[in-house]
Design a protein around this ligand. Sequence first.
Ligand SMILES: [Zn+2]
Length: 318
Amino acid sequence: MDSGLACPVHADIELTRGVERASDQFFGIGDAYAYKRCDACGALVLDPRPSPSEIGPFYAGYYTEDTLAQLERRAAAGKRVGIAGRLRALGTVRRLTKLGVELGPGKKLLDVGCGLGGFARYMRQFGGVDARGVDFSPECAAFAKKVHEVDVDVGELADQDYPEGSLDFITSWHYLEHVYDPAAEIERMARLLKPGGWFIAETPTNDVLAKLFGRHWLYLMPPTHLYHYRPATMRALVEQAGLEVMHVARPWFPGELAGSLTFAAGVRGFVPKVFSPNRSALLTLGFFAQMVYDVPVTLLLAMLGRSGLMRVYARKPA
Ligand SMILES: [Zn+2]
C-alpha cells in the first residue's frame, strides 16, 4: 500500500478527512478505503491505496471473458455494440465543430485507455479521423480489432514510442481517475500533441450527489478510482501541462442517483449485473423503473452544471 499522498495540484497542502469506510460496491471486492480531501480545490485522493503491483486483481471485474464473448456474439449478429462510445463520439464531434475545429481524413486521434475501442471506431465513422487506441488489456485490444477494426497498442501510454508532436487529438474517457500520476500523464499527452492539437478528457467529479451519498456515491469506486477531480483541479493540471482550457462540459448520464441509492440500500454489485449481457429480466425492470425519478433529477443537475461528470476540451497553443 502507498500512503501519505497529496493533491496532484496542491502538493504542499495537507489533506483533510474526506470519505471514510468506502468499499468497492461495484464488483463486491476489497475492504474499507478512505479518500482524503484537498481543501484548496476539493479533490479526493484515495489514501492509502494499492500500489501498482497490487492493483491488478481489482481490474478483473471490468470486462470479464463472459461479457466479451457475449458482446462479440451480439456484434456478429449485426447488433450495435459500443453505445457509450457512439454517444461520446457524437458529442465530441458536435462540440469540436462548435469550437471551429476541423475534422476529417489525415487527422490523427489516439484514445488512451480505450477499453473495447468503441469511441475510436465511431470517431472514425462520424469525424472521419484516423483513430487508434492504447490500453493495458490485451483482451480489450483483441476485441477492438475484431469487432470495431480499431488498432490498439497494448500497454501503458508511457511504454509506447509515439513521436512527440504527432497527434491532432488525444482523448481519454474515464481514464485519468485511474492513473497514479495524473500530472505526469497529462504532460505526456500534451507532448504528443501537435501545436494546435486537442486534449479531451472525461472523468467523474465529486459534486452534489457525491456530497449527499458520501461513501455510497456511485462513481466513488475504490480502489480503482485513485482520484476524484473538481473542475478547478482539472483546469490546473491541464494548464500546468501547457494546454489552454477551451470548454468544460458537465454531461448528463442517467443512473448516478439510482445507483447511489441502490448502494446506500446495501445492495452490492448491482450495476455490473444490470450492464451484464446475461442480466435477468426482473433486474432490468427493477433498474429501469428507477429511471422514473433518476432521469429528472440527474438531468436537472446536468443542466445546473452539477452532474457527477466533467468533460474538458483543451488546446495546445499553435
Ligand atoms: Zn487540490
